[in-house]
Design a protein around this ligand. Structure first.
Ligand code: F6P
Length: 535
């Protein structure tokens, strides 16, 4: 019903110039949300009052409030894996969530305290490498949710990193671990093996390579002492030979891509210190509280979700670009790709039926201003519409370079203004009238037209502190959750990654000649032939 109303409102309204909507002097403030010191401005979209009312009604009718309450209190809302979804409990050590009638907070507090003690001791050199020297470097080996979150956050919070250098290895491509370890001293390196399942082939392969690398320098007896494990499977960490005092476990109610708030965040904690890590958690908790209490259009994650739904489902825009004007958020688009696309890239609804609409959109992006000199051409003049999500801080971390920050901000605002206003054919002609005339003027001018009327949103925040990063990530998590509930998707499973993994295991022996490729399709056989031939 609400979907139909939204679609007919969109159709009935026909072509709408976003710029015209600003005749309403109050539009910018009215079509913005302020929360937790941040401002989310979605006034440069074609959402009007009626569309927003219908979108909020859509959310209400989807049962979002009930689903949100069920998530926060520990119900098994991940129905296809029969699991609770409680990453929010990791940032609320005093919370009252229960799983199977048991409070989870005491375990969360214990693990956080253990992590903090370990981190403090390692950072000040009280915990030393088995050979007696201090650790200088940490290598986190993990992939997907066991890599992207901490890797993104360590980059984002570079001004807060000290004492230890933190590196990340994820790809099974040996080039990755080779290049990361090349400049490191194995005797002064701590290896974190981060894997919820402790079965992921990329991670286990890299972990074995790292063990050999360390053993070659310090000897097999001491190598184990260089390892720490972060996992839900204590049996498997023991099989790998990691002492239980060096294992930080977490429960199955923490999904991989939602796991950086607990043990999977150890690399981040080692890099920025436990105090800053707790601030990071506090920021996320503040956003949780906002998400649970703010009503309708005043709820920032909800409005982020509804703007996304408007663009993806109602306007039919298949992708969205995330464009942080913050170099330190360079890995945010990759992080959000997993968060959003692994969560909401599903074609079957919760009830097992085909989804009656599209799944979540393709998410992509790069930091500005770099992207401006690469793909913004398509965003401004391409035939497809790409809703853009800009982000920028009011203040940078480099007071001496405030003039550069001003330029960064100017570029961010210029892009959303350009997308909004565009440049008409008349304006284009006027600019080049002295250089061309007649048909050539017309031809040249047409290339210089910017259609404008392209939607964008802008999220602004005071400064990229640990607390602010926590807020931003939790904001996006809840956006994904809200979109998933409204679309009827289970945002917490990921069955779509399984088939490729199984086939890779079956294909490996074909590359060594241990099995034959007869059953494979012609293309795969041809590729195998090429890849295994000597000439
Ligand atoms: O293959 C996808 C996935 O299962 C992700 O969901 C997860 O974050 C990643 O692999 C890593 O899994 P693990 O932490 O169990 O190694």
């Amino acid at each position: 019903m609400n979907w139909d109303a939204l679609k007919s409102h969109h159709r009935a309204r026909g072509a709408c110039r976003i710029l015209d909507l600003f005749q309403d002097q109050g539009r910018a403030a009215d079509f913005s949300v302020r929360a937790c010191d941040m401002l989310f401005d979605y006034s440069k979209t074609d959402i009007d009052v009626r569309a927003r009312d219908l979108l909020v009604q859509l959310a209400d009718a989807s049962g979002l409030a009930e689903r949100r309450a069920a998530m926060f209190c520990g119900q098994r809302i991940n129905e296809t894996e029969d699991r609770a979804v409680l990453h929010t409990a990791l940032r609320n050590p005093d919370g009252d969530a229960l799983v199977d009638g048991e409070p989870v907070a005491p375990g969360v507090r214990d693990t956080l305290d253990r992590m903090a003690r370990f981190s403090d001791d390692l950072r000040i050199g009280r915990i030393r490498a088995p050979g007696g020297g201090r650790y200088s470097d940490v290598v986190n080996i993990g992939i997907g949710g066991s890599d992207l979150g901490p890797a993104m956050a360590v980059g984002a919070l570079a001004p807060y990193t000290d004492r230890l250098r933190c590196h990340f290895v994820s790809n099974v491509d040996g080039a990755h671990i080779h290049d990361i370890t090349r400049g490191l001293n194995p005797a002064a390196t701590l290896v974190i093996v981060a894997s919820k399942t402790f079965t992921t082939i990329e991670t286990m392969t890299n972990a074995a390579t790292a063990r050999d690398w360390i053993a070659a320098k310090v000897g097999a007896d001491l190598a184990g002492g260089h390892f720490v494990a972060l996992s839900s499977s204590l049996t498997k960490t023991a099989q790998f030979g990691i002492d239980e005092t060096r294992v930080f476990g977490f429960e199955d109610w923490v999904g991989g891509r939602y796991s950086m708030w607990g043990p999977i965040g150890l690399g981040l904690m080692l890099a920025i210190g436990a105090g800053n890590f707790r601030d990071f958690l506090a920021g996320a908790a503040a956003m949780d509280a906002h998400f649970c209490s703010a009503e309708g259009a005043r709820n920032m994650p909800l409005m982020l979700a509804l703007v996304g739904i408007w663009h993806n489902q109602i306007c039919g825009h298949a992708t969205r670009a995330v464009l942080p004007y913050d170099q330190r958020l360079a890995r945010l688009p990759a992080y959000l790709q997993q968060l959003e696309m692994e969560s909401n890239g599903k074609r079957v609804a919760m009830d097992g039926q085909d989804l009656p609409c599209h799944s979540g959109p393709v998410v992509w992006g790069e930091p500005g201003t770099n992207g401006q000199h690469a793909f913004y051409q398509l965003i401004h003049q391409g035939t497809r519409m790409v809703p853009c999500e800009f982000m920028v801080a009011r203040e940078g971390h480099e007071p001496d370079l405030a003039h550069q920050h001003r330029l960064l901000v100017a570029n961010c605002l210029a892009q959303s203004e350009a997308l909004l206003r565009g440049r008409s054919l008349d304006q284009a002609r006027e600019r080049i009238a002295g250089r061309y005339d007649g048909d050539e003027l017309e031809r040249q001018a047409r290339h210089r037209v910017f259609p404008g009327n392209r939607p964008s949103t802008t999220l602004v925040y005071p400064k990229l502190t640990p607390r602010m990063l926590g807020q931003i990530i939790a904001l996006y998590e809840h956006r994904v959750f809200a979109e998933g509930v409204i679309l009827g998707i289970n945002s917490f499973d990921q069955w779509g990654v399984e088939l490729g993994k199984e086939l890779a295991v079956a294909l490996a022996p074909l590359l060594t000649g241990e099995a034959t490729a007869e059953a494979k399709d012609g293309s795969t056989r041809q590729l195998l032939d090429y890849l295994t031939s000597k000439d």
